[in-house]
Design a protein around this ligand. Structure first.
Ligand SMILES: [Zn+2]
Length: 394
């Protein structure tokens, strides 16, 4: 008699996916010089040169390419650089991070990494909002342009220029994750048909995309580890978490750790997005504190105080207590942060399909996120959205 075959074991490594390198933060940031090796859950024979697959492909133009716009859409039809190929083992981690080819490979890996996280939260694959016209997303690895943008059928990456130092956005996970956020939102809600001055689709889109960047970053085990070790578990000291689309250590484009309320912002979309992003960040930190208190790693008074108005004495006391607990049981802190991250990510993702892109306002978006969250998290979200003056106090 033959023993039963276990196919899952038989095909071994081939089923695990494909290996890539990703820099969780741009490699010029101190402490982030080395990339992380990640396994993307796509089979090796499903990825071709480019890289490319059934849902997306990367190009790297050989000549100067104009950015896409209303009258200029993919596919790119000019000359392009040779498509990077995987190594003999058909993984892509053979491509050297210092090579030109790496821009394309890294951009592809980042888009997939983010998409996989949010598909898990959504519970289904993202179907591109442009799929009727373009079955696949075109990722442009490099355009000589100080910007990055996602639009109808494309995601293209320029480079920042700080005092003459050019840094490709293809190496910037935050930037790529933010742009993927825009694509996910449009694919879930659909495209707004008219732009009414009252509607908040665009500010919400910026806020959601920043949240996608933040939450996706927290999916690198190495990032959580580094963040917690550096702060000794104390997220009241803001640091890596608020580095969005950072182009140099001194320039912060978007801030999740802001204290802005709706009465303090203008109608400019990025400005108007700030209170929403702030409420999301504060909720993650507060849920993290709740987990710590529940697991006997922090003083329960942490939950009763207004952390935005903490005295230096209280701050120092919490810091000392947290640092001691962190020294003994760092793993609990990692679990607490991952749990807080996923609760908020899940609620955000689940809220999308209930929103009407043409008419939605920020208070409706906030209410939808609260409705999609489990009990205790819903309360925290509600309090934070209210403090930000996005919704009224009840
Ligand atoms: Zn944006």
């Amino acid at each position: 008699m033959h023993p039963l075959r276990n196919e899952a074991l038989e095909s071994g490594e081939a089923r695990l996916g494909t290996r890539f390198w990703i820099f969780p933060q741009p490699p010029f940031l101190p402490g982030y010089e080395q990339p992380d090796r990640v396994w993307l859950p796509i089979l090796r024979d499903e990825i071709g040169a480019g890289p490319s697959d059934a849902t997306m492909y990367v190009i790297d133009p050989l000549s100067e390419k104009q950015p896409y716009g209303f009258d200029r859409l993919p596919p790119f039809d000019g000359p392009r650089r040779a498509a990077p190929k995987p190594g003999p083992d058909r993984h892509f981690d053979n491509v050297s991070p210092s090579s030109r080819e790496f821009l394309a490979v890294h951009a592809y890996a980042c888009v997939h990494f983010v998409l996989d996280i949010w598909q898990s939260y959504l519970g289904r694959p993202v179907r591109w909002f442009f799929e009727q016209t373009f079955p696949r997303l075109e990722i442009v690895a490099f355009v000589n342009w100080d910007n990055a943008q996602a639009g109808y059928g494309f995601l293209e990456l320029g480079c920042s220029d700080t005092d003459g130092v050019r840094r490709p956005y293809a190496l910037n996970f935050d930037t790529i994750a933010h742009e993927v956020g825009h694509l996910i939102l449009l694919s879930e809600t659909g495209v707004p048909t008219i732009v009414s001055p009252e509607a908040d689709f665009f500010p919400f889109s910026e806020a959601f995309s920043d949240a996608v960047s933040l939450i996706s970053f927290l999916h690198f085990g190495s990032a959580i580890d580094r963040l917690l070790r550096r702060t000794r578990g104390n997220l009241l000291l803001y640091n890596e978490l608020n580095r969005f689309a950072e182009t140099s250590p001194e320039t912060q484009v978007r801030l999740a750790t802001n204290f802005r309320r709706m009465s303090e912002v203008t109608r400019e979309v990025h400005d108007r997005a700030l209170p929403f992003v702030g409420a999301i960040f504060d909720t993650i930190v507060e849920l993290y504190h709740r987990e710590l208190v529940a697991r006997d790693c922090a003083d329960s008074r942490l939950l009763d105080l207004d952390l935005r108005a903490l005295s230096q004495r209280d701050f120092d006391a919490f810091r000392a207590a947290t640092a001691e607990a962190f020294r003994v049981k760092p793993l609990i802190f990692e679990l607490a942060l991952a749990a807080a991250r996923d609760t908020v990510g899940q609620a955000l993702a689940s809220s999308l399909r209930t929103l009407d892109p043409t008419t939605m306002r920020l208070d409706q978006a906030a209410t939808a996120v609260i409705a999609a969250a489990p009990g205790a998290a819903a309360e925290v979200l509600e309090a934070n959205f209210a403090w930000r003056e996005i919704i009224g106090r009840r």
